[in-house]
Write a protein that binds this ligand. Structure first.
Ligand SMILES: *Cc1c(COP(=O)(O)O)cnc(C)c1O
Length: 476
């Protein structure tokens, strides 16, 4: 390829000459060459800018209003961390640059690894995975390799609670494990007796989220991890909900062996914005020889990339993960310090406050103290003529992003609310008022509620038509 670009160097970059040049060289086979005009819309820069600005104005974001999207931790991410991530020496550094040229970036990665070790209680970390689900996959690959080196390849089963995030069974399955579901009890927690009945010598691991996706802390977590270890199995902790426990407890204390974190939820990168993420995986001593390479080490003088990891599962991503997300996370951890603990406390307090105000009007299937989020049910409102989807759409007319709906699957008409620590009491009270008002409107005039959303850039859509006959053509 080098020669092609050398030959075409000097071309003005609008791409009109490449075809001819390549045709002449015969580099691209004839049948793959385009002969007629590509037919792209001809627009000026200004027209393009207006188009994208208009699109971005239609978007809802935390800077526009309350965003209680359960399980996604849509907290406010301080803008100063964006500034730090865009510092020239961070964003212009090439990942193939030598260790000696990259000491600052490596130091940041090393110190972030140390911070995450401290927060999770674990012994070693990889920063490579690019998302939570990617971290799960990495963690499950590590567990698989661990049992392979112990010649326990019979361990093919992974236990997943019925309240789990869908990525958990999906990640385990992608590693070739068979999924066994364990049900929740009346308190919304793993049913210990049911778990015991599933244990045998073929079980590799359990994947747990704690607090679980109902926002409830698993009281018997120590008993569960102990049962698993006595069975020769490992314990995986889905740490996407870390915002609930930062600094108060950690997965190590709870008995887990592997944990992934979602930096793009808890640590200052927004989740769900379609942007980059980071799902670091932290492990105990016995699993560190399986981590992806490289890991950043400090030899007392220099920061180095260590590639020599005995049973490494290999790389899971190019280079070292999404570096900009790592910068934001480290900056956030430094900025917050001990206050990380207060962030968790406020997130939990805010969730409990809203829960107590909404219960009674909305069904609360698991009436327990919650952690950072809670799940109510729109069952009663559904019977009155407006489903949870209708409630979500109604909220959009009050400048609120809808909560997560129809998840977790074990709650009918589920509405999962996570206010985060960022919001003031006024915002929480306003949300409570809106939710209570919607419940009243549903009692009195459900037809009116079903007309929402009316104030959003796109009004009520015909979802069946959108799915069956999507019209994706460019409109001029
Ligand atoms: C968000 C989330 C995940 C997945 O994280 P992604 O970065 O979206 O892949 C996994 N588990 C739980 C509990 C989550 O909330």
């Amino acid at each position: 390829m080098k020669t092609i670009f050398e030959k075409t160097s000097g071309v003005d970059g609008v791409g009109i000459c490449y075809d001819d040049e390549l045709k002449l060289n015969g580099v691209i086979p004839k049948e793959l060459l385009r002969n007629d005009n590509i037919g792209l819309p001809q627009l000026s820069e200004l027209e393009v800018m207006r188009h994208y600005k208009e699109l971005s104005d239609r978007n809802f974001c935390i800077e526009k209003g309350f965003y209680p999207l359960g399980s996604c931790t849509m907290k406010y991410n301080p803008k100063v961390n964006e500034l730090l991530a865009s510092l020239e020496n961070f964003c212009n550094l090439h990942p193939a640059q030598s260790d000696s040229d990259s000491q600052g970036a490596l130091e940041l990665m090393y110190k972030l690894q140390e911070s995450l070790k401290y927060l999770t209680g674990m012994d070693e970390v990889t920063l490579q995975p690019a998302a939570g689900a990617h971290g799960e996959l990495t963690g499950m690959m590590i567990i698989k390799k661990y049992f392979e080196t112990k010649s326990e390849t019979n361990r093919k089963k992974v236990i997943v609670p019925d309240s789990a995030h869908g990525t958990n069974p999906a990640s385990a399955k992608m590693c070739g494990f068979d999924i066994v579901e364990v049900k929740s009890n009346a308190k919304g927690q793993v049913d210990i007796e049911a778990l015991k009945s599933l244990l045998d010598s073929d079980v590799a691991a359990i994947m747990m989220t704690n607090p679980n996706t109902l926002g409830i802390f698993e009281e018997h977590v120590l008993e569960i991890t102990d049962l698993m270890h006595k069975n020769g199995s490992l314990c995986y902790y889905d740490g996407a909900n870390f915002n609930a426990i930062m600094g108060w407890t950690n997965p190590r204390i709870m008995g887990f062996d592997v944990v992934h974190l979602n930096l793009h939820k808890t640590f200052s990168t927004p989740h769900g914005g379609g942007g980059p993420g980071a799902g670091p995986v932290c492990v105990t001593e016995q699993l560190k020889e399986f981590l992806p390479a490289p890991i950043v080490k400090f030899d007392g003088k220099n920061y180095i990339r260590e590639y020599n990891i005995q049973h490494s599962i290999g790389k899971v991503r190019s280079f070292y993960g999404n570096f900009g997300v790592l910068v934001r996370a480290y900056a956030y951890i430094l900025m917050m310090g001990k206050n990380l603990k207060l962030a968790s406390a406020d997130a939990v307090l805010n969730a409990n406050y809203i829960k107590e105000k909404l219960k009674g009007v909305y069904d609360l299937p698991y009436d327990e103290p919650c952690m950072h989020e809670f799940v109510i049910s729109g069952e009663k409102q559904h019977q009155q003529g407006v489903s949870t989807l209708g409630i979500a759409k109604r909220l959009m007319d009050s400048n609120c992003h809808p909560p997560t709906i129809y998840f977790p699957l074990i709650v009918h008409e589920a509405i999962m609310i996570e206010p985060t620590e960022s919001e003031s009491k006024e915002v929480l009270d306003n949300f409570i008022d809106i939710m209570l008002k919607i419940a009243k409107e549903i009692e009195e005039n459900p037809e009116e509620v079903l007309k929402s959303p009316q104030k959003t850039p796109i009004k009520k859509v015909d979802e069946t038509l959108a799915a069956r006959k999507p019209d994706l053509a460019e409109k001029v």
